[in-house]
Ligand binder design. Sequence first.
Ligand code: SAH
Ligand code: SF4
Ligand code: F3S
Length: 437
Amino acid sequence: MISKHYFIYTFGCAMNEYDTERIAASLEAKGYIPSDNVEDSDFIVLNTCSVREKPQAKILSYLGQIKILKEKRPDMIVGVSGCVAQQEGDKFLKNNKVVNFVMGTDAVSHIDNVIDRALNGERFADTQVDSNDFSISSFQRKEKIAANVTIMKGCNNFCSYCIVPYVRGREVSRTPEEILNEIKSLIDKGVKEVCLLGQNVNSYGRNLSTNVDFPDLLSMVNKLEGLERIRFVTSHPKDFSDKMIYAMAENEKVCRYLHLPLQSGSDKILKVMNRKYTYADYVEKINKAREVMPDIEFSSDFIIGFPNETDEDFNDTLKAVKEIGYDRIFAFNYSKRPGTKAYNMEDNVPANIKSERLNTLFALQDSLYDEKLPALQGVQTDVLITDINDDKEFPYYGLNMYNRKVAFSSDKNLQCGDTAKVLIKNAKRNCMYGVEV
Ligand code: SAH
Ligand code: SF4
Ligand code: F3S
């Protein structure tokens, strides 16, 4: 039998990366082999993101390239999954002849059936939503040191700019038992670090009959033997509680790093974004977390050029970035999304102003981080090795507890999964370099 190959493009967030692993596991169980290149693949899936217009437009350009390949190999099966698939459904199938099937965000739960239908030659869109429970049965995963584990799906927050609640549905949590079992089986396969995923992990457990909330879940995961580190994304500031702060502080495996997206430093903009906190509320939480964990590092997302954002509003964002002193920021130009509340507002900040503001923000963050770099040198830090490459000088690579990248050398023969104490000799913006001590 000639072996068949598959290729999956993954766009968007870690939830999509996790779903890609589930799709891959199902294809492999059916005998497909992963391929490094799309040209020689028989089964192709584009796992899509629609959070901004640009990544969504990219999908069509990829489909254009696949169309040329498919003209030569008409048996090729092409599927579109993820958030664009959920949003466009049938329409996407009708408008893109190259596509064999469209599977929405909940279709991953019955992926075997989706693949069988496609293999049987059916052309279809499956965008049905399962709203009440959320269960993920175990699936075969690639060997890794750090793995993602989805703990909940959906979002109830309806930030006015955001498409996620429309493409991922309402919040539903997996049971703690299921999550713990998945992590235990990952530990058995050598995983040392997990990242717990949800659009707003702070509201984990609200739909469950048990009384377990996210801080409780962190404590349960912390007890698992063999696991060394716990990360999580994303935390909504309005739900980030004192209980969360103490759970982070008391559970020693939880990394001292918190991604807490502020989005804007202007209260006027935060209100129209429907974020449900003010800048002062946010700073109070940051200060409290720093009081309890003086070494904690923060990162944030920002949207630049939201409708009616003035120079003054933008200056409030710059001021916030200066005041808080983030370790890292992610910032995006505002992009109007169909179906959201802000869609009806005029997208009235000109593109050139958005880009100018974005550049100003990144330049500020770079200069603030550069000021921090000298203090990071001469310090020892624990690094969990996730990669070993053939770099002569710094072959070992991993992250420390603060989510900073570290490349280093050692006289020993270290393995992926080992934790090394590294003395930082040279701290650069994107990576710190050191030697094992
Ligand atoms: N649930 C997470 C984030 C999900 S989307 C949270 O609440 O933080 C990731 C990031 O994309 C958001 O934090 C936001 O900064 C950005 N984003 C979402 N919608 C956007 C839009 N319409 N235009 C530009 N950026 C957007
Ligand atoms: Fe989108 Fe807001 Fe939900 Fe995050 S919390 S996914 S930004 S609606
Ligand atoms: Fe994108 Fe969907 Fe994630 S819109 S950011 S892939 S939830």
